[in-house]
Structure formats: C-alpha cells, structure tokens
Design a binder for this molecule. Sequence first.
Ligand code: DAH
Length: 356
Amino acid sequence: MSEWLDKIGAAPSLTALDELRVAALGKSGAITARLKSLGAMDAETRTREAPAIHAEREAVTAAIAERKAALEAAELERRLATERLDLSLPAATTPRGTIHPVAQVMDELTEIFADLGFAVAEGPEIEDEWHNFTALNMPEAHPARAMQDTFYVAPGSGSGAGGDTGRVLRTHTSPVQIRTMMAGSPPIRIIAPGRVYRSDSDATHTPMFHQIEGLVIDRAIHMGHLKWTLETFLKAFFERDDVVLRLRPSYFPFTEPSAEVDVGWSMEKGRRVVGGCEGWMEVLGSGMVHPRVIAACGLDPEEWQGFAFGTGVDRLAMLKYGMDDLRAFFDGDLRWLKHYGFGFLDVPTLSGGVGA
Ligand code: DAH
C-alpha cells in the first residue's frame, strides 16, 4: 500500500498520475483486482481481508486527489509566471473594425446636444403600455395606438418594465420623456437616443430602428425655444449654415400644438442634400408638451411647460452620409461597414467638426 502512496506522491505530471490511477483503480487495476477477489473468498477470509482492501482503495483515491490538486496548482503558478501579458504594448495588428454609422450619428447628436446643455436619458426597450401610450395621452382605444404597428409582449414572458398594463417593445423613444419627468424634477433638458420597434418592413422601414427624443421642461418655455433649438441642432449636424426650417402644423397626441419640421434640400452632384431650398422634406416631429402629459407625470402644467421632439436616427444618417437603403444598415455586410463605417478614432467633436 505504501508503495502506491509513494508513487502517487512522487508523480511528476498529471499524465503520470492518471497512469497510476488506471494501474491501481482502473477496470483491470491492481486494487480493483483485489476487490474482485473478495467475491471468491469464503465468508471468514472475506471478513478478515475486506477492511484492508477497502481502506487501501480509499487511501489511494484520496492520495490521487491530493496530488492532482497540487499538480494543478503548480501548473497554474507556472502559467501565471510565464504567460505574462504586457497590456501597455502597442497592438500587433491594425484594427479592422469600424464604427457603425448609427453609432457615429448618435455620438454626433450627443455631442451637439451636450454642448447645448442636454443630458442623455435612457429607458427600457421592453416598455409597459402606460409609459409607451397612456401617459403620452394615448388612452386605450385611442386611434393613435393603431397608428403604430406595435409588437406586443406575451403576458408573463421575460422581465420588463411591468406596470399596470401589458408590455410592448417600445414603438418610440417618447416614453423616456415620461420616465425622466417622473424620476426627476424640472428644469429638464434631455435627449434620449435608442432602439425602437414596429412591425413594418420595406426599403425604408425595418422592424427595429433608432430614434432620438428631445425634451425640455422649465418655466415659460415657448415654441420660439423649440425652433431655435432645432435650427441650431440641424445646422450643427449637417454642418451647413444654409439649413432652412419650416414648421408645419400637425398632430401628435402628446404635444399641443404639434409641428412637423421640414428642412430645405437642394441637388448637389446628382444627390439630394440638406441645405439650400429647392424643395422641402420632413425630418422631425415636435411640439409643446401636452399639459395632460405633464400632469400624468405628477407635475403642475400651470407651472411647468416645455417642448419635445423626436426623429429617426437612421434617416438622419442616410441624409447626411448618402446611403439609400435602410435595410443595409442591419445586414452586417462587412463591405458595407467598411465603406460607410467610421474609424474608431474619428470621435465627433464640435471643435473638430461633428462629421469627423
Ligand atoms: N414619437 C413620435 C413617433 O414615433 C415622434 C415624435 C413626435 C416625438 C413629436 C416627439 C414629438 O417628442 O413631440 O413617431
């Protein structure tokens, strides 16, 4: 028995140790053979011999486990000592990934609005109907709910925002207005970029796309503030001073009055670009936050008012960088990403030009 224990204690490697385990305890191992021989003994001999054999098997099993742990610990020590990584060394290969235009545009928008004093707010993509609709002045059975092709989340699946009603994949970033007003107190100046979902799919619609929401709540806010903010933002974003805006009366349940915002476009090198004024195209929805929305968030609409706006980030990216098929945004085609993507060092800054 001590012979096994000595050998196990001296096993130089995990492989050598495993060979010993097989030789002692394997199917045709020495100790296994002795265990098997118990069957052929008469009762008296067996009673005498059995305890020693079982004890040997236990001692050898324990010794193997102990040696295994010691060899593994030594191996780890050796690897920790030899496989050192110097993280301060320069990268061995040139990075080949690119920043997706949506990420780039979101960074550009964040940079522009941060300069105007806006913070970035977030909300859940699985949203409850109260935040997505009801609090935004779209009560149940309101026709506006049918305007958005909502993805409903089956009751009881996953964990989402909860609330008094069912859950949906948020159809717009507007519920972040509600969450921000309920979580903090005015004055509020936020933008909320993020993913939104609608059951819709063609060359200009994908089931998931990106929006950015803006919200300002303070005392004595009026539409002049809205127009100035949008004009300043669009000029900075498109990097042109000749961006002209047109506010057109419109309807959104959560704003009163509501305005759709068009920008002037002109043809340059055979392509329609923002700036100048050969024609108009719609880029934003906006308006003065409806008093009912402010009240739903527990604020007094007599004291607090503000404006909100929302627009599609993917569309802004297409207008600025000239892609024409939205679906390509989400195909993950490396050739497209290489062509339209941005270098990871092209961090947008106002001083360097947000276009990077
Ligand atoms: N939530 C609207 C949509 O998805 C966009 C929008 C319009 C947002 C007007 C606003 C707003 O904040 O004031 O289509």
